[in-house]
Design a protein. Structure first.
Length: 265
């Protein structure tokens, strides 16, 4: 892992799986990528967001068999959580950059008060909006648990003043406000398990045609990642939907092990 590899990953306008051992070295490399590619105003350069957390944490109840209706609701809950999680991290990174905010604060507030958000009360500051998003994320987390335990949605699930339809739409608008045409790279450091629906929600972004806008960079050991299907049940394909970068020899060793098993059979 080095500067050349970092530049290749961050400049590549495509979703990627970054296969490597689950170590502190990998984590440090990914966090350095975010540090080296901060939020930039008025310049066409890629930007990095180290997403933490990156999904709903695993729990014992997810091992239970669920019916089709409940499965659909769990998928929606995970999708909404991920969408708002990415939105929160993007906007928080922008808000934390005082130089950038000096250029765009008014435009950001005007955007958040735009007709697309269908708000009853106006946003006074970006900090206020981030507070709303934190409350939204808590409700999304609770909603998943409500569906899992009771088969019903959280009563406040669809009553968010800060709700928006699509994460790609939000990212395109944030790029326009930043006057930066390059992509946001969302870095997932898969260290701890998440519920299957959260992994599928990530794969739903990977399967979407949003390269150059929002690019998922998913670091994982090749046998750790739970699924390569999205929330619609569609298999997300290597080359067609994402590319691969090998951070070390782990992916090659996994392939060699599988080939050896195949030959022995």
């Amino acid at each position: 892992m080095n500067k050349i590899m970092e530049e290749q990953i961050m400049s590549h306008k495509f979703h990627e799986f970054l296969y490597g051992y689950n170590t502190e070295k990998r984590t440090n490399f990914l966090k350095e990528m975010e540090k080296h590619y901060p939020i930039i105003y008025g310049e066409d350069v890629p930007m990095g967001i180290y997403l933490e957390p990156y999904g709903i944490s695993n729990c014992e109840r997810v091992k239970e068999i669920v019916d089709k209706d409940k499965s659909l609701m769990l998928g929606i809950a995970a999708r909404e959580y991920l969408k708002n999680l990415i939105a929160y991290n993007l906007i928080a990174h922008i808000e934390n950059n005082s130089i950038v905010m000096g250029h765009i604060e008014k435009e950001m507030i005007d955007f958040l008060n735009g007709y697309q958000f269908d708000r009853e009360e106006k946003v006074v500051s970006v900090q206020d909006y981030l507070k709303e998003l934190r409350e939204t994320l808590n409700i999304c987390q609770e909603n998943y648990n409500c569906v899992l335990l009771n088969g019903t949605a959280h009563p406040k699930m669809y009553d968010f003043p800060s709700d928006f339809y699509d994460i790609e739409w939000l990212v395109k608008n944030l790029k326009n406000i930043l006057n930066n045409s390059e992509q946001f790279n969302i870095i997932v450091d898969y260290r701890n398990p998440i519920v299957l629906e959260s992994a599928k929600a990530i794969m739903s972004i990977v399967s979407s045609r949003c390269a150059g806008t929002i690019c998922m960079k998913i670091a994982t050991e090749s046998e750790d990642w739970a699924t390569y299907s999205d929330l619609n049940g569609t298999f997300v394909e290597h080359i067609h939907d994402y590319s691969i970068t090998e951070l070390d020899d782990s992916y090659r060793k996994t392939l060699d092990k599988k080939l050896k098993r195949f030959r022995n059979n």
